[in-house]
Design a protein around this ligand. Sequence first.
Ligand SMILES: C[S@@+](CC[C@H](N)C(=O)[O-])C[C@H]1O[C@@H](n2cnc3c(N)ncnc32)[C@H](O)[C@@H]1O
Length: 197
Amino acid sequence: MLEDYKGICYETNPQVYEPSEDTFLFADNIEVERMSRVLEIGTGVGIIAIMVARRARMVIATDINPYALECAVKNIISNKSFNIELREGDLFEPVTNEKFDLILFNTPYLPSSSEEKVNDELNAAWDGGVNGREVIDRFLADVKDYLNPCGRVQMVQSSLSNINKTLKKLEELGFKASVTAKEKHFFEEVVIITAYT
Ligand SMILES: C[S@@+](CC[C@H](N)C(=O)[O-])C[C@H]1O[C@@H](n2cnc3c(N)ncnc32)[C@H](O)[C@@H]1O
């Protein structure tokens, strides 16, 4: 079935994260400099990358889930976003030695025990390990190496996975970091964190 968000038509796939409130909060709060070079990690069906590609010079969109890339390529073609390049892989592995002006990631941020894991590719969309920070901490450890001078990071996180810890880590890395948007949900608060070098 085709969905629509602010003029972007997209299809979904049962094995790919379906754009939800966190996606739309992110889409509405990303600041893209005209002609910038952008990396989106974990693109899912691709709607963030498609939205950002309207302003950016070039977007590299990655995902660890091969079904996400299959779905995203269809959406990229149907939205004629020909300045997006898709790559499969874990975090920064598909962009080794490259630099970006803006790095985006709607992270898998839910704390989950081994019993809660689902045995398919969709698990990667939400599974943040026991404290919800497994992927977030790996992302933070390397993100600075992939930014141009004056580059920015914007990421999505939940109150369930310790927002203050992320802000502190970013400050330790030399970023000015803050929560730039938030939305309360039934059992959590979802925030957008923006960090400047
Ligand atoms: C919460 S979903 C967000 C999807 C999409 N960006 C959106 O906002 O709707 C997280 C995405 O990150 C991907 N992902 C999880 N861990 C990853 C990793 N280590 N490297 C690359 N992508 C990852 C998942 O497969 C999933 O598509």
